[in-house]
Design a binder for this molecule. Structure first.
Ligand code: NDP
Length: 286
């Protein structure tokens, strides 16, 4: 029989609401495949109990966990240290207990995305990226694009001030140029070689909805990525594929942020295929 626990092999997800969150299922499948005696619990926390919840988890030396909406920005006062990704994105999605008993906040969302993109494209240093959105997912992605020093990140958001605020935080961090563009009417993608990232919530749970974007014909070397993972094949990705673009779905990012979290917690490399299969199963029955 597996030795379970005590708490050093316990992990959590905190959010509100958390009903339907597939992370626990993905992690449990990964633990089984790794033969690691981990246990994962999904907890709904009331916003006014966030501090108490985190202090309790830390007091119990619970090994780590995930943070989801609406707490990604709100956990900062209750954690002890932060990675550069967490600081720059102003969001934490992964907490890890350190050897000295403190909690460190990291953001693996953007890193997970970048890993998927690099697997598809390889070297990104000559690439210009158009990034739609300026919320949590977009911020995390923008940070990693800047840290890996792509040529330029162009932020396009419905509320342009939010894109400008994000751009200001990221300018000068590396040699990557960070700019914003207005989104008035249909945004036309006409330059070959662009990486185009759909990081708004448009299209979530709605396979017909797409942001207001059009792709010119004959774009052979455009990579179109969506952060939305349910549905996996979004209207945005279908539109991009029609003109010959390569597409990347949001499931890879979701799997990879989980892989990186598990590596933070255990130092072991889990099986990404097993985790992707778990998510596909969770979504098809969910
Ligand atoms: P936020 O609420 O932080 O940001 C939402 C973004 O979507 C904002 O930029 C907002 O623009 C934009 N937006 C919302 N509605 C519209 C609209 N009708 N037209 C144009 N823009 C719109 O959400 P998150 O960033 O946390 O999440 C965004 C998506 O990313 C969700 O679908 C989520 O499921 C997904 N996600 C995927 C992950 C993965 O691993 N694949 C990880 C994390 C999130 P404005 O500023 O103008 O309001």
């Amino acid at each position: 029989a597996l030795m379970k626990g005590p708490l050093p092999s316990l992990f959590f997800c905190i959010g509100n609401p958390v009903v339907g969150n597939p992370t626990q299922y993905m992690m449990e499948e990964a633990f089984l495949a790794m033969d690691f005696p981990g246990q994962y619990i999904t907890c709904e926390v009331e916003p006014n109990q966030l501090q108490t919840a985190l202090e309790g988890l830390k007091a119990l030396k619970v090994a780590g966990g995930n943070v989801t909406a609406p707490f990604k920005q709100l956990v900062f006062p209750y954690l002890d240290s932060f990675t550069e990704s967490a600081r720059l994105s102003n969001a934490v999605n992964c907490i890890t207990l350190q050897a000295d008993g403190t909690y460190q906040g990291d953001n693996t969302d953007g890193k997970g995305f970048l890993q998927s993109l690099q697997e598809q494209v390889g070297n990104l240093s000559e690439r210009r990226v158009v990034l739609f959105g300026a919320g949590g997912a977009a911020s995390a992605i923008a940070v990693e694009l800047v840290l890996c020093e792509v040529q330029e990140v162009i932020l396009v958001n419905r509320t342009r001030e939010k894109a400008e605020a994000l751009a200001q935080r990221l300018r000068g961090v590396t040699k990557t140029t960070v700019s914003t563009q207005a989104w008035e009417g249909t945004y036309q993608i006409e330059e070959d070689g662009l990486v185009v990232v759909q990081a708004t919530s448009v299209g979530l749970f709605d396979e017909k909805r797409c942001i207001d974007v059009a792709f010119s014909q004959g774009l052979q070397d455009v990579i179109a990525c969506d952060v939305v993972f349910n549905p996996t094949d979004t209207a945005f990705l279908k539109r991009a594929r029609e003109v010959g673009a390569t597409t990347l779905d949001g499931l890879g990012m979701l799997v990879n942020q989980g892989v990186l979290g598990l590596q933070n917690w255990t130092g072991m490399v889990p099986d990404a295929q097993v985790m992707r299969a778990a998510l596909e199963k969770a979504f098809s029955i969910g």
